[in-house]
Design a protein around this ligand. Structure first.
Ligand code: PXL
Length: 280
């Protein structure tokens, strides 16, 4: 039997517990072979650090893709995280056409904004191109900020109601995404929910956990990696959404109290829980 392989494209932030430095260990811990395509190398991530280095690897991507095509290498899932430029989004489309097995999933985490703000270096042109990529994806994992930016709807960070959440989900579905995992929904003060929405059937489900009032970088990347690992292990969208949520909550709990650790979450400490959950 040949095991399934995930290809993930995102940056390497050498220090910072985000993007590839979390995707590779998390998906691997899920028991899934993980092929990486680094889109850039940064000394740290761009949130809260200043003076970071940034080496753009965009021009390496066509050569890497051509080699894989020559070798006949194909993957069963393409999961995209933080992408550094509009051109990289175009290369993702080419990768999806050229190096995926039939039936492979395209999972897109827009990874460009949070808490009402775009990350450093992104602009409206990038947002529009990312919205187009999301429109071609099987599963997208936006947070509420990214969903509102991609649809042009109001960005509300809390006191959500179902009418607002449904307006985001329907607008994203209208752009083409088949399944939407919408993160960061706040219906109550003490809880946080993720919505799982299937565009074709319009079926909407939720997974809800306790809300921990702690802002941190990299939680979206940990979420998307655990979700992808669980999906590749054959879990349903709702099961995977729940497994990923529990994993991130545990990672945040393991980080609380360490004031020197604001750049990311200690996901390593929660990996045993994730592995146990997937082996149930
Ligand atoms: O966690 C998302 C992310 C990934 N990669 C880089 C980032 C960020 C968020 O700021 O700066 C380089």
């Amino acid at each position: 039997m040949t095991d399934q392989k995930v290809l993930t494209i995102q940056d390497i932030s050498c220090m910072g517990q985000c993007s590839l430095t979390v995707a590779l260990p998390i998906i691997s811990a899920c028991g899934i072979e993980t092929v990486i395509l680094p889109s850039a190398v940064l000394s740290t991530h761009t949130g809260g650090f200043t003076g970071f280095t940034f080496r753009d690897l965009t021009e390496d991507i066509p050569g890497i893709m051509a080699h894989w095509m020559k070798e006949g290498l194909k993957f069963d899932c393409l999961y995209t995280g933080y992408l550094g430029s509009v051109l990289q989004i175009e290369y993702v489309r080419q990768l999806a056409r050229n190096v995926l097995n039939p039936g492979a999933k395209l999972i897109v985490d827009p990874a460009m904004a949070d808490n009402g703000q775009l990350y450093h270096g992104f602009d409206e042109v990038f947002v529009e191109k990312m919205a187009e990529l999301c429109g071609n994806a099987d599963i997208i994992l936006p947070n509420v900020t990214e969903a509102s930016f991609m649809t042009g709807l109001e960005c509300r960070l809390d006191r959500h109601d179902e009418e607002y959440i449904l307006s985001l989900l329907r607008a994203l579905a209208a752009r083409g995404a088949k399944k939407i995992i919408l993160k960061g929904i706040r219906y109550t003060e003490s809880e946080i929910s993720v919505a799982v929405y299937e565009s074709e059937t319009q079926v909407l489900s939720y997974y809800t956990t306790d809300y921990i009032p702690y802002l941190s970088h990299g939680t979206g990347d940990c979420y998307a990696a655990a979700f992808t690992g669980a999906i590749m292990q054959g879990r349903s969208d709702l099961e995977a959404a729940g497994i990923a949520a529990d994993f991130v909550v545990e990672s945040i709990k393991r980080t609380l109290g360490d004031e020197n650790h604001r750049y990311g979450v200690k996901f390593e400490k929660a990996l045993p829980l994730l592995v146990k959950e997937l082996n149930r």
